[in-house]
Design a protein around this ligand. Sequence first.
Ligand SMILES: *Cc1c(COP(=O)(O)O)cnc(C)c1O
Length: 430
Amino acid sequence: MEYTNSKRLFEEACELIPGGVNSPVRAFKAVGDYPVFIERGEGAYLYDVDGNKYVDYICSWGPLLLGHQPETVSKAVMEALTKGSTYGAPTGIEVEMAKKIVDAVPSVEMVRMVSSGTEATMSALRLARGYTGRNKIVKFEGCYHGHADHLLIKAGSGALTFGVPSSPGVPESIASETLTAQYNDIDSVKALFAQYPDQIAAVIVEPIAGNMGLVLPKEGFLEGLREVTAEHGALLIFDEVISGFRASFGGAQKVYNIMPDLTCMGKIIGGGLPVGAYGGKKEIMMHVAPVGPVYQAGTLSGNPLAMAAGMAILDELAKPGVYEEIEAKTKKLVQGLQAAADKAGVKIALNQSASLFTIFFTETPVDSYQAAMTSNTEQFKVFFQAMLGQGFYLPPSQFECWFVSQAHSDEDIENTIKAAEIAFQAVAAL
Ligand SMILES: *Cc1c(COP(=O)(O)O)cnc(C)c1O
């Protein structure tokens, strides 16, 4: 493939934008020299500025569960645009959106829309602190909750990929209020509650961890979090920015039947436009301004274009059989990839949940952050480049998920498996 235009744009971008990208995960630093620049997306495909076509397994890192430009979503946005793009005043569609989320997500009785996942988690934690009158929070090593100061401690996603899980610029006074525990290790959480009784406002967790690669909750882990937080008067916050409307229409909390106190959402609920949301028990949400004292606001919150896109994608997802269809495709892909790895004699650990999965280049089953860290990132890099060269666009990091959409056809899946056979052979030849 030719990448002349991508190369030229990247060189120019590096002079104008830090690292040439507006979000670190888009850089290909961990897997190569420069990212491909995208011209357009359609269904399961991306087209770059050099005319190369790729099957897209990033899908904008989660929002595009129906693929690029699903007709109903595009139509809804264009229709909304004919009435205006923002008013800074309440609209009917915000009420519809709130109702849709409250009806779908079991623990959510009231919801506030914001413009990103970062804003959702940041606001939920402020609310938890305001509500409990406590300062400390517990997060898990390798989980990513956006880039608010107190959440960039041992964080996952790009922070992990680029080796800065705890960012400079976060004052020690703020960092010291964040305690970190080990995902899937309830004793590590209990130990923190024993050490800091009556000081912990909330435990925030990705119920299905997606930012150190995909790691599933072990049986009893989420139940344990529910029990220990309730026992100590701390709130349990589920960060469902990835898992919301992906694990199921009601998110991971519906699959695992655990009711958190607060839930953060983003990605899918915006249908590809910038959106986030946080919600939960009415009694807690009534502490948010203007009805309560915990302040939080947003000029573009509940933006009518974003609400139109979100409503349109959720209406499609509510149709019977959609989740089953996407999961069946994912299972077929995952089985084919495992077989391809076996055939080439490459040892992998493959984790899958709904339409998410990660191939870890390790022999160790991955049920923890430590296990994920045993992955061979050199092998990943070779695999990634071999797939890219054959027209398959994967997350450019070992520690991210592949995202499958409804738009991926059986043929796309079969072609991906065939390409992976070649890519695994390249890994085996290392
Ligand atoms: C992507 C993500 C966020 C941050 O959302 P942004 O919209 O990028 O700010 C928060 N939590 C999780 C679990 C995420 O995957």
